[in-house]
Design a binder for this molecule. Structure first.
Ligand SMILES: NC(=O)C1=CN([C@@H]2O[C@H](COP(=O)(O)OP(=O)(O)OC[C@H]3O[C@@H](n4cnc5c(N)ncnc54)[C@H](O)[C@@H]3O)[C@@H](O)[C@H]2O)C=CC1
Ligand SMILES: O=C([O-])CC(=O)C(=O)O
Length: 356
């Protein structure tokens, strides 16, 4: 490269920082990606977090800034993104970070994104169910997904905002209405249930949670969270008391945190960890890595319900394969029936919110 060309590029990058208009920063970040590619680095993906200034959004932004597969990180919220962005952008990792504040900047936040992670919305307080959040969060998810449909219709969406059992159907209806719906690209994030299940099962077994994998299917609320303890990897067995304790603790893990936080919110740090883990699997899928399998709440034919959390294989197109539930024991079969009954109502509530 000619030295004077490099000097010009450096000046452009400094100018872009001093006056960060969308095009200037975009040009600068693209340049970095090109440089990275030219040096044989990994290809980078563009990721947006909507709700980035919140309890989940901030640590999630930090973790995504550390992900080497991310070349551009857009942080969008209706409050506080300038501060969060300035802070995160000083981390000496590769991703270029940009902040966007409020609805007028949603277009710039979303344009060109490969992956959009949505933790926007209010969290629970003690005594509330996740469904109690529907009234406020349904509208937030609708607005943001309308933005996704308009400005980055091919992005993969990771939906975190509760109640997930209803917000994923809401997003699907928004995308259908816009003519952009691809069921493989809309993924409800249930990874925290798996993360908790791995942790609690490992405690009972006395092993490292990293060495345990518990499939958790169904949905993301109370009895719809169905851990398949008969399918733990590596294979192991539990006493009836252990099964009862573990199922109850996994299903009520969210409430355990809400009560411990005593009115100041719900799980944020473990959720950011889980969301970053799930986003990483999506990015590795987009990257073309083989054998990427995680549980997620997706459009599905695994049961008679239109949506269900199950193990999915992530690839370039999103959730490219959804695995059947596999053999269930009697306890799990009873749990499945309870889960389906509650899920049916929550899914219908989400669908009719948009179709009303
Ligand atoms: N899927 C899961 O496993 C989990 C889901 N959650 C859910 O995640 C959501 C967020 O939780 P927290 O981060 O703790 O809440 P929080 O209140 O700390 O943060 C939410 C953020 O969303 C922002 N926001 C609100 N309306 C917005 C809009 N229209 N556009 C962009 N941003 C908007 C707020 O300004 C705030 O910064 C809640 O609904 C919570 O129930 C929480 C834990 C686990
Ligand atoms: O319980 C809540 O409200 C937040 C949540 O979804 C979880 O921690 O699993």
């Amino acid at each position: 490269m000619e030295p004077n060309t490099e000097a010009l590029r450096r000046m452009a990058r400094i100018a872009a920082h001093l006056q960060p208009s969308s095009t200037q920063m975009e040009g600068s970040s693209l340049l970095r990606r090109e440089n990275c590619r030219a040096k044989g680095g990994a290809p980078g993906f563009k990721v947006a977090i909507l709700g980035a200034a919140g309890g989940i959004g901030q640590p999630l932004a930090l973790l995504m800034k550390m992900n080497p597969l991310v070349s551009v990180l857009h942080l969008y919220d209706v409050v506080n993104t300038p501060g969060v962005t300035a802070d995160i952008s000083h981390m000496d990792t590769g991703a270029v970070v940009r902040g966007f504040l409020g609805q007028p900047q949603l277009e710039s936040a979303l344009t060109g994104m490969d992956l959009v992670i949505i933790p926007a919305g209010i969290p629970r307080k003690p005594g509330m169910t996740r469904d109690d959040l529907f009234k406020i969060n349904a509208g937030i998810v609708q607005t943001l997904c309308e933005g996704v449909a308009k400005f980055c219709p091919h992005a993969i969406v990771n939906l975190i905002s509760n109640p997930v059992n209803s917000t994923v159907p809401i997003a699907a209806e928004v995308f259908k209405r816009a003519g952009t719906y691809d069921p493989k690209r809309l993924l409800g994030v249930t990874t925290l249930d798996v993360v908790r299940a791995n942790t609690f099962v490992a405690e009972v077994l006395g092993v490292n949670p990293k060495d345990v994998n518990v499939p958790v299917v169904g949905g993301h609320s109370g009895v719809t969270i169905l851990p398949l303890l008969s399918q733990v990897n590596p294979p192991c067995s539990f006493t009836p008391d252990e099964i009862s304790y573990l199922t109850d603790r996994i299903q009520n893990g969210g409430t355990e945190v809400v009560e411990a936080k005593a009115g100041t919110g719900s799980a944020t740090l473990s959720m950011a960890f889980a969301a970053a883990k799930f986003a990483d699997t999506c990015l590795r899928g987009l990257h073309g890595d083989a054998g990427i399998i995680e549980c997620s709440f997706v459009a599905s034919q695994v049961t008679e319900l239109p949506f269900f959390a199950a193990k999915v294989r992530l690839g370039r197109g999103g959730a490219e394969e959804i695995f059947p539930l596999g053999p269930l024991n009697e306890f799990e079969r009873v749990g499945l029936e309870k889960a389906k009954k509650e899920l049916a109502g929550s899914i219908e509530k989400g669908i009719s919110f948009i179709r009303k």
